[in-house]
Write a protein that binds this ligand. Structure first.
Ligand code: HEC
Length: 131
């Protein structure tokens, strides 16, 4: 009895390869951000849409920080912002340029699905009262 081992092995290799690809780049993380997240270890604690050790980035985006503020928080986290989470260690080794890219991406993750802030411009019409 001859079995097509060659084909089986090839198929197994293909399956293994596709699993590897998935492991390296989760579908919701773009390749360049995945590279930064991996390089600076953010990936160990953060995902775009899922709570891990740290909050989902989509939840961070909902806080409406500026990109600059997020960079600041990467260097100097404020655990009081996230009750119920362990404190994040300051990630001062991340180059500013990389931190900025990550910050910009994090902010882009607020899909706008449930934004309550843009309801109306109630606070904008404060015309000058002095006459
Ligand atoms: C060891 C786990 C861990 C790693 C690694 C980690 N974080 Fe965090 N991160 C957390 C936790 C826990 C919190 C929530 C508590 C806090 O802010 O201290 C958090 C909070 C944050 C926040 C929200 C800050 C705020 O005040 O709202 C941002 C932004 C963030 N992380 C970005 C990053 C980036 C970018 C990296 C990689 C350079 C990174 N984190 C690496 C665990 C981690």
């Amino acid at each position: 009895m001859k079995k097509p081992f060659g084909i089986l092995i090839a198929a197994a290799a293909l399956v293994a390869a596709s699993f590897d690809a998935n492991a390296q780049a989760p579908a919701d993380i773009p390749a360049d951000m995945n590279a930064l997240m991996t390089k600076h270890t953010c990936i160990a604690c953060h995902r775009p849409n899922q709570r891990l050790v740290g909050p989902a980035y989509a939840d961070v985006a909902k806080k409406k920080y500026s990109d600059e503020k997020i960079v600041e928080l990467i260097y100097k986290p404020e655990p009081s912002h996230w009750p119920g989470y362990p404190p994040m260690a300051p990630m001062t080794q991340v180059p500013k340029e990389d931190a900025m890219k990550l910050a910009h991406w994090i902010n882009s993750l607020d899909g706008g699905a449930k934004t309550t802030t843009k309801k109306s411009s109630s606070t904008t019409k404060k015309t000058t009262k002095k006459s």
